[in-house]
Design a protein around this ligand. Structure first.
Ligand code: BGC
Length: 492
């Protein structure tokens, strides 16, 4: 019975979102594209760049990557960045979110010796963007930690807080006069959960129920320190804004029972609130504190596996984001689990203790995890706005497919339905969303998906040494969206 209810209500929501909005984006709404250094730059050991954890992870064991590829050359954007900027300009986009490769600037990770060639690469990229009327939006960290810092424990070693802050300060000094929006760290969940719980991502550490929380603890403090340095030493002159990007899946209750509703919310809070609550509210979410304390006790531990922020740390961390920067791709259904998992080896999954599943009629064009559920995006925006009461800037959203077809009508439909959900959140639900970022302008190297997952408005020929870029149908569609600021042929 419950399942029938869920199917019917979700289908209703789907068909509602399928009506493409004919509202225009607000005048000051910003639209851009995003990329990350390891995924596009290549030149992994050129001009003095140091080794990072993704270089090591892919070189050590190619079988970790779907097609056994590496980012050694990727899109070769280190050499072809002017072409990338030209494509961004051709589509008419407002801004370009890219990331700075820490080890290209500081080969050892420490601010002791600066690699001038690396600095010049980003200076040139920023100049090229500005000369073409595109706002640069750099992230300091998109997962590519310098390998020497991993040798001392990476995000598990609390000295990373000061080391990251030194790197951040250097970047503000070098580039900050040209930057209006800084991102400290992209998607801490992937850094900590994928990197230090299950080890599916670099650095490949398997430390269930422990690594993820220690990583989160140090990472949040590193972000906060980088924020304060900007706020106190640079903002008065450079006048920019700064935030950390957090990614969120929408978790839809599998029924209207209180238990399922509570489980779905717990999932959002464990996966998003773990990082966002300290920054926006001052501490870990209470449900996270309580569940990990209870499980730790059951495991016979004297102290919770979740490190505690001192009152001074809480005050220092609270308010260290000028807006909520959100990456969003997909939705899952959630039911409450009826049993508490047995105590024994800890894990993040046991700490949350929910059952996730997907509806059979949800479509996907590429990787199985990636279900196309536009109404989940709208619900997420509404939930986040109610919960955090702050401006939301969507810093990533996009469609992956495996065939890379040039006539990518499914990507156009994806954009229309997801952006309709966003416009509905703005105009019908009153959510303060101020920007949208498509991932990505060009196909790139998609982490453990290698080159199998295609996401670009432009296809990249990874078999040619020129890495030729060719527009897909979606590039034309989006060029028109940028001209009209509207998703359909005529807008109100
Ligand atoms: C990451 C990107 C990635 C994208 C698509 C996001 O989680 O920030 O680096 O390419 O997802 O898979």
């Amino acid at each position: 019975m419950k399942l029938v209810f869920v199917l019917v209500s979700s289908l209703c929501l789907l068909s509602k979102a399928d009506e493409i909005s004919n509202r225009r984006f607000p005048d000051d709404f910003l639209i851009g594209v995003a990329s990350a250094s390891y995924q596009i730059e290549g030149a992994w050991n050129e001009d003095g760049k140091g080794e990072n954890i993704w270089d090591r992870f892919t070189h050590d064991d190619p079988s970790r990557i779907a097609d056994k590829s590496t980012g050694d050359i990727a899109c070769d954007s280190y050499h072809l960045y002017k072409e990338d900027v030209a494509l961004i300009k051709a589509v008419g986009l407002d801004f370009y979110r890219f990331s700075i490769s820490w080890s290209r600037i500081l080969p050892t990770g420490y601010a002791d010796s600066v690699n001038i060639a690396g600095v010049n690469y980003y200076k040139n990229l920023i100049k090229e963007l500005k000369d073409n009327g595109i706002e640069p939006m750099p992230a300091l960290y998109h997962w590519d930690l310098p390998q020497p810092l991993q040798e001392i424990g990476g995000w598990l070693n609390e000295t990373i807080v000061d080391i990251f802050a030194d790197y951040a300060k250097l970047c503000y000094q070098l580039f900050g006069d040209d930057i209006k929006t800084w991102i400290t760290i992209n998607e801490p969940k992937q850094v900590c959960l994928a990197g230090y719980e299950g080890g599916g991502f670099a650095p490949g550490i398997v430390s269930p129920g422990v690594g993820v929380y220690n990583c989160a603890y140090n990472l949040i403090k590193a972000h906060a320190k980088a924020f304060h340095i900007y706020d106190e030493e640079f903002r008065p002159k450079q006048n920019g804004r700064i935030s950390m990007i957090i990614d969120a899946v929408w978790y839809e209750p599998g029924s209207d029972s209180d238990a399922d509703k509570e489980a779905a919310e717990r999932d959002v809070i464990f996966l998003f609130g773990l990082y966002a609550d300290p920054i926006f509210k001052g501490n870990w979410p209470q449900v996270v504190i309580d569940r990990i304390a209870m499980r730790s006790k059951g495991e016979g531990l004297e102290k919770s596996r979740l490190p505690e922020f001192t009152p001074e740390e809480q005050t220092y961390i609270a308010g260290t984001a000028d807006f909520l920067a959100l990456n969003h791709y997909t939705t899952h259904m959630v039911n409450a689990s009826t049993v508490e998992p047995e105590f024994g080896g800890p894990s993040f999954g046991k700490d949350i203790n929910v059952i996730e599943w997907d509806l059979d009629n949800w479509e996907t064009a590429g990787a199985g995890w990636f279900k196309i559920v536009p109404w989940g995006f709208r619900k997420l925006l509404v939930w986040l706005y109610n919960y955090y009461q702050t401006e939301i800037f969507v810093t990533e959203n996009g469609l992956s497919d495996f065939n890379g077809t040039m006539t990518d009508d499914h990507r156009i439909t994806f954009l229309q339905t997801y952006l309709t959900a966003l416009l509905q959140a703005i105009y019908e639900d009153g959510v303060n969303v101020t920007g949208y970022t498509y991932w990505s302008i060009i196909d790139d190297w998609e982490w453990t998906g290698g080159f199998t997952s295609k996401m670009g408005f432009y296809a990249v020929d990874f078999n040619s040494t020129e890495r030729t870029r060719t527009p897909r149908k979606s590039a034309d569609y989006f060029t028109n969206v940028m001209k009209t600021r509207c998703l359909v042929d005529s807008c109100v």
